[in-house]
Each structure stands twice: as C-alpha cells, then as structure tokens.
Design a protein around this ligand. Structure first.
Ligand SMILES: CC(C)(COP(=O)(O)OP(=O)(O)OC[C@H]1O[C@@H](n2cnc3c(N)ncnc32)[C@H](O)[C@@H]1OP(=O)(O)O)[C@@H](O)C(=O)NCCC(=O)NCCS
Length: 185
C-alpha cells in the first residue's frame, strides 16, 4: 500500500534535481560508474559488466516498480542528465524505509546526494508516515557517513566483519544508521 502510494508520487522534484524510477535509460551512467575506482572502493571494486548485462540488471530494477515495489531511483539534473542513484525501499510490515545511494564521481561533493535523500526522507515521514528510515554503510566510507550525519541520522551499531572485500581481502565492518519520525525536523 505505501509502496504503491510512493510509486504514484514519482517523479519527485527538488530545487536542482528530478528523482524518477531507475530504467534502461541509465545504462550509460551505470557502465560509467562501474569503471570508476573511487566509486566502487566500498562496493567490491570495479565491475566488468557488459552493456547487455547492465540492461538486464536495469530491466529487473524497473520491473519491480511494475510489480508495485519501490526501489532504485535515478537522480537527474533538470536537463535530464542522470547523475546517480538514491533508492528508498519500504518495509510495510515494520513501517520502515531504507535509503541507499551511489553517484557518478563527476557529480559528487556538490550536495546532490544529500539533496535527493532529504527529499526521500521528507516524503517518507510526511507523506508515507513511516516510523523510521534506516541506512547502512561500510566503516571508513567517510563521504557516505558524512551524508548520513548531515541528514541527522544516528549511529545505532556496528555489524562487525559483515562483508568480505575481495579486492583488499579484508572483512569490513558495517555501520547501521537510523532516523526516527520523532527525531525528524
Ligand atoms: C557517498 C556518495 C553517494 C555521496 O554523494 P555526494 O553527492 O558526493 O554527497 P554530498 O555532496 O551530498 O555530500 C558529501 C559530503 O561528504 C564529504 N566528503 C567527501 N569525501 C569525504 C571524505 N573522504 N571524508 C569525509 N568527508 C568527505 C563532502 O565534503 C560532503 O560533506 P560537506 O557537505 O559537509 O562538505 C558518493 O560519494 C558515492 O557515490 N560514493 C561511492 C558509492 C558509495 O560508496 N555509496 C554508499 C554505499 S553505502
């Protein structure tokens, strides 16, 4: 029900951005981000996916919306250029949203991720009446942590050695963050 309500509100607009469902239109952005070492540092390293594989991946993302499940959202400049992904998934049973994000490195550190997530959080609390929005990030991913801090998320705990990084061959800790509706202003 809340998934459908959210899907029907798309696209969302912010001052500089349009937020729409991810689609195969985003294949070039995806292939570009796959090859950006800095973008993939905390995401398992550079991806060697073919265009066909990425189109199939994006089709799976898009089909979720057709099935009434909100997920991956593409963030575009007002001229339509896709610059990154900021998703909001909704766990209706527990009334919790979860945000995630990845941006083309050429468009980072301009406040775009924070601006898009701020809009998703506003919609999540004010329109969808969620009780909580959460996020997780790898320990050491300081730009991601900074985004969550700017959005007033609270650190809730550490999942120790929760993922194995094949590139550096180390286990990485995950940090769990959350924002409750009562903390949202
Ligand atoms: C994390 C990410 C989405 C942030 O996107 P963005 O559009 O650059 O975010 P914003 O511009 O809104 O905010 C970034 C903040 O991090 C800060 N920052 C950047 N690099 C940093 C670093 N190494 N250490 C600390 N802070 C850093 C910026 O200065 C900015 O903070 P400020 O506004 O106080 O100056 C982007 O860096 C990215 O795509 N990273 C790779 C993918 C990834 O790791 N995703 C997260 C998975 S959990």
């Amino acid at each position: 029900m809340k998934n459908e309500k959210f899907i029907n509100m798309l696209p969302l607009q912010t001052r500089r951005l349009t937020i729409r469902p991810t689609s195969t239109l985003d294949v070039d952005m995806m292939l570009k981000m796959d090859k950006q070492e800095v973008t993939q540092t905390f995401l398992g390293g550079i991806k060697n996916k073919t265009r066909e594989e990425r189109i199939a991946f994006l089709e799976r993302k898009a089909s979720k919306f057709k099935d009434g499940i909100a997920g991956s959202l593409t963030v575009c400049l007002k001229d339509g250029t896709p610059i990154g992904i900021s998703g909001l998934s909704i766990d209706e049973d527990n009334n919790i949203g979860k945000i995630g994000y990845i941006y083309d490195y050429d468009y980072t550190n301009k406040g775009y991720c924070t601006e898009a997530c701020r809009k998703l959080i506003e919609v999540g609390f004010k329109k969808l009446k969620l009780n909580k929005i959460c996020a997780d990030t790898v320990k050491g991913n300081n730009s991601s942590i900074r985004v969550l801090e700017k959005l007033n998320f609270k650190l809730e705990g550490t999942r120790r050695q929760a993922a194995y990084d094949k590139i550096t061959k180390v286990y990485r800790d995950f940090l769990d963050y959350g924002l409750l509706k009562d903390e949202y202003k």
